[in-house]
Design a protein around this ligand. Structure first.
Ligand code: PLP
Length: 463
């Protein structure tokens, strides 16, 4: 199994190399050269087996010979052992033929744990073999950083540094980053906003001497291994509802297009998915693009579903690559136009994208209304991201096709917004009820690149 870049100018890599590299050297994203395909019998056989075994069967053909079968099984087992629900991604029913896939039973209460927990184990296994040591540096507005820290804490051969904007993440998010006591984990509270943090991380990756010195590695949402881990719950959900004999649809609260792209891969691999619906909040660049073909960022307006507040949806490039007939040069040209303000998807490619994805948008008022209504009608308390998707799903679904809406975070991760909408303050699950009593450990820093690089050198030496 070879991985190729969406811009066509970077070397082909193995799964393992693509995972450790993240972004391709030509600025593109890695995708599998061919998508493995599963027969109806193989899909039907996923019924009634554990989430872990299904994960093994679905991901294995994408790995080439990166890992041994037993080794990979062990990584999967360790990745999901800390989840608070035996089914890992349980379905609950909201109304006739409409189901919620609860993807928030991982250690940080958001769906990012599905990918991050696995990638932590896979990094560990790959690095042990090569004897390498890496430094993971990431910027976060909240969810990604806590998921990365939970995934890499206590692992050998990895130090993890997460930059977050001081005073601008929720208390639950901050505590999830600052309470792990492991020596290889470092939460850095930076003076500035999320863009400042992200720019600092970019500068570190572009400082090649520093990059080599500390063995810099990235685990942001463009990492192919993260997309792959998310393909699994599309299969397990659809099979629970009658696939492959019955088609199933999905609605996905979307920001960087990683989660919905995993659904697209599931369909390409043979899962009979009817509709794949992109749900956006008021930051609706994807909805506008899929309806008009115009992809023009016009500034982020902060919402109560902050993990979907994006200007540029990085994984969308992977969908464009396929829609453009895998023409890397054409993708590169659109991305150059994006730097200059935006682009228009060529007519043929737009038709292709519209065949693959439907889309809808949900305003702030509609998000609050949906949280309130669903609580009253079903007893289910939704996080604002999940509410965006539920609203779009209800509007667009075909009542004769089972609809699965992905619930991407636990309501307790966004207690203020949920309380304002519903009058109810969601409580943390019992296994983390003492989060507010655990001691915090963080390093305050200015937003000076040299200061942060020195800090990273020092802390690595100590760990
Ligand atoms: C990251 C995130 C999303 C968006 O997922 P993408 O893969 O970036 O589209 C949605 N909801 C929550 C809670 C998230 O943390």
């Amino acid at each position: 199994m070879k991985y190729i870049s969406t811009r066509g100018k970077a070397p082909e890599l193995t799964f393992e190399e693509a995972m450790l590299t993240g972004l391709a050297r030509d600025g593109g994203l890695y995708v599998p050269e061919e998508i493995p395909s599963f027969s109806s019998e193989e899909i039907a056989a996923l019924g009634g087996i554990s989430y872990e075994e299904a994960a093994f069967r679905i991901m294995w053909p994408f790995l080439g010979n990166a890992f041994g079968a037993d080794e990979f099984r062990a990584c999967i087992a360790r990745a999901y052992a800390g989840f608070g629900h035996a089914a890992r991604a349980p379905l609950v029913q909201l109304e006739p033929n409409h189901f919620l896939a609860e993807l928030f039973h991982g250690p940080t209460l958001a769906f990012k744990d599905f990918a991050m927990q696995l990638i932590g184990q896979l990094f560990q296994a790959a690095l042990k073999k090569s004897g390498r040591r890496v430094t993971i540096v990431g910027a976060t507005s909240g969810d990604t950083g806590s998921a990365a820290i939970e995934a890499f804490r206590g692992l050998d051969n990895v130090d993890v540094f997460i930059l977050f904007p001081h005073g601008r993440v929720s208390e639950v998010q901050r505590r999830q980053m600052t309470t792990p006591a492991d020596a290889n984990v470092h939460a850095l509270a930076v003076d500035g906003d999320f863009d400042t943090c992200q720019a600092l991380v970019k500068d570190m990756f572009n400082d090649f001497a520093f990059r080599d010195e500390v063995g810099l590695a990235g685990v942001n949402s463009i990492n192919w291994a993260r997309v792959l881990a998310q393909v699994v719950y599309y299969f397990t959900s659809a099979v629970s509802l009658g696939a492959p004999d019955r088609k199933v649809s999905f609605t996905v609260p979307t920001g960087n297009f990683g989660d919905i792209f995993a659904g697209y891969i599931a369909r390409r691999a043979g899962l009979p998915i009817d509709k794949l619906i992109v749900a956006t909040n008021q930051n609706d660049i994807l909805h506008r693009c899929l309806t008009t073909g115009e992809y023009r960022p016009d500034g982020v307006s902060p919402s109560i579903s902050p993990s979907m507040d994006i200007q540029v949806s990085s994984n969308f490039e992977r969908a464009l690559f396929d829609a453009l007939g895998r023409d890397g040069a054409a993708v590169g040209q659109l991305m150059d136009e994006l730097k200059a303000g935006g682009f228009t998807v060529p007519q043929g490619a737009l038709g292709h994208l519209q065949d693959l994805f439907a889309s809808g948008r949900c305003s702030e008022d509609e998000t609050r209304e949906t949280i309130r209504d669903m609580r009253a009608q079903t007893g289910e308390l939704l996080c604002p991201h999940s509410a965006v998707a539920v609203k779009v799903a209800r509007e667009m679904r075909d009542p004769h096709v089972p609809m699965v809406t992905l619930a991407t975070a636990h309501p307790a991760k966004f207690p203020d917004a949920v309380e304002a909408a519903s009058g109810l303050r969601p409580g943390l699950p019992p296994r983390m009820a003492d989060l507010f009593e655990r001691p915090e450990r963080l390093t305050r820093t200015s937003n000076d690149l040299a200061e942060i690089q020195a800090l990273i050198r020092d802390k690595r030496a100590e760990a």
